[in-house]
Design a protein around this ligand. Structure first.
Ligand code: PLP
Length: 388
């Protein structure tokens, strides 16, 4: 099997797993307990907090462990909205956010908040002028994803940070796809909050964090025994947290070597796949995640493509794996201007550290054959009249 779906999830790195294992066994303490076993768990959590903070240039006290990206995004957006509702009820986000941001905003709209969804250009970039003119006296929060999970487009967070700092609003970014793939610095980006998910970076599932800058006041989502500074109650997932910390450390240490290699491999895939006729790249040609390639193939359904590739031993995705339960075309591809039928014919390939030159060569051998096979059977063929 050749796995090229690393933006959906990643395997747990063997070194991370080894680091976690004792916390399922002999080191099973509850971090709130006063005895040695409890204090050992607490120490491990604090060490993980330091590792996570270091990667994003934050203070360890600004890291709040959660169950992952979805919870962190909910926490940031609802937390500010509840805490600051007397200051204003206006939120700004974009049309290409992950569903966990968009659906949180829709939920808040039903409760009296007003949300501006910024447009993006054909490459998936927002216009800073648009952001500037959308900011109002009553804007309490701007939430913009650093790197898009489907098309890989990377927003200029430093520019966004400068613009939002001129206003009264807080700035949150979903960095689930960018951390350990790109440099992320909460100070340079002037961020108030940032979300991370462990299972996207070779760590375990069901854990992540929200960075909250000192001084930013949020309401908690979960009330209880006062864990995580009273902002996220619930007995800590110790094994998950220590695994997440180690995955962050390894991912960031290896980034300077790993990313240029994967980008070269991705570029080779991009150059060759684009030789297939009636095919184009989705997302920005340069400002994109080094591991991401997203193509549209005319006259083809992405689902069939993914299933046929799977049968040949290649695992990829169409649109976002998180929304694959829906048959609606990807809202991200529609937002960059694709027609619904074009959006249905997309393929996302996302590379990870185990992918090799041999994997890319096999993909490049198989993909043109699969595309051609599907086009021969395509019901769209006669509508376009372009194929015999
Ligand atoms: C950009 C982005 N944000 C948030 C999430 C949700 O993260 P989690 O799976 O940890 O809830 C994902 C997962 O696909 C994502 O890609």
């Amino acid at each position: 099997m050749i796995y090229m779906d690393h933006s959906a999830t990643t395997p747990v790195d063997k070194r991370v797993l080894d680091f976690m294992l004792p916390y399922f066994g002999e080191k099973y303490g509850n971090a709130s307990s006063l005895h040695s076993l409890g204090q050992e768990a607490k120490k491990a959590i604090e060490e993980a907090r330091v590792k996570v903070a270091k990667v994003i240039h934050a203070d360890p006290s600004e890291i709040y462990f959660t169950s992952g990206g979805t919870e962190s995004n909910n926490f940031a957006i609802k937390g500010v909205s509840f805490a600051d509702k007397d200051k204003g009820k206006h939120i700004i986000t974009t049309k290409i956010e992950h569903d966990c941001v968009l659906n949180t905003c829709k939920w808040l709209e039903k409760r009296g908040f007003e949300v501006t969804y910024l447009d993006v250009d054909k490459h998936g970039l927002i216009d800073i002028g648009d952001l500037e003119s959308s900011l109002r006296e009553d804007t309490i929060l701007v939430s913009i994803t650093h790197a898009n999970n489907e098309i890989g487009t990377v927003q200029d967070m430093e520019e966004i940070g400068k613009t939002v700092k001129e206003s009264n609003a807080y700035l949150h970014t979903d960095a689930v796809q960018s951390v350990t793939k790109l440099p992320v610095d909460v100070k340079k980006m002037r961020l108030d909050m940032l979300s991370i998910s462990s299972h996207k970076i070779f760590g375990p599932k069901g854990v992540g964090c929200l960075h909250i800058r000192k001084g930013v006041k949020l309401d908690p989502l979960a009330h209880g025994g006062g864990h995580e500074g009273g902002l996220r109650s619930g007995t800590e997932n110790v094994s998950g947290i220590v695994g997440f910390g180690e995955a962050m450390k390894i991912g960031e240490e290896e980034r300077p070597k790993a990313m240029p290699r994967l980008q070269k491999l991705r570029d080779k895939i991009m150059d060759n796949v684009l030789k297939i006729d009636n095919t184009w790249l989705n997302g920005h040609p340069q400002k994109r995640l080094p591991i991401n390639a997203n193509f549209s193939f005319k006259f083809i359904e992405g689902e069939s493509l993914v299933l046929l590739l799977d049968a040949k031993g290649i695992e990829a995705s169409t649109g976002s794996a998180c929304s694959s339960k829906s048959l609606k075309p990807s809202h991200v591809l529609l937002a960059i201007g694709l027609k619904p039928e074009e959006a249905h014919g997309s393929l996302r390939l996302t590379l990870g550290k185990d992918n090799t030159e041999k994997d890319a060569d096999y993909l490049l051998e198989v993909l043109p054959e699969v595309v051609s096979e599907l086009r021969k059977m395509s019901p769209f063929k006669k509508d376009y009249g372009e194929f015999e």
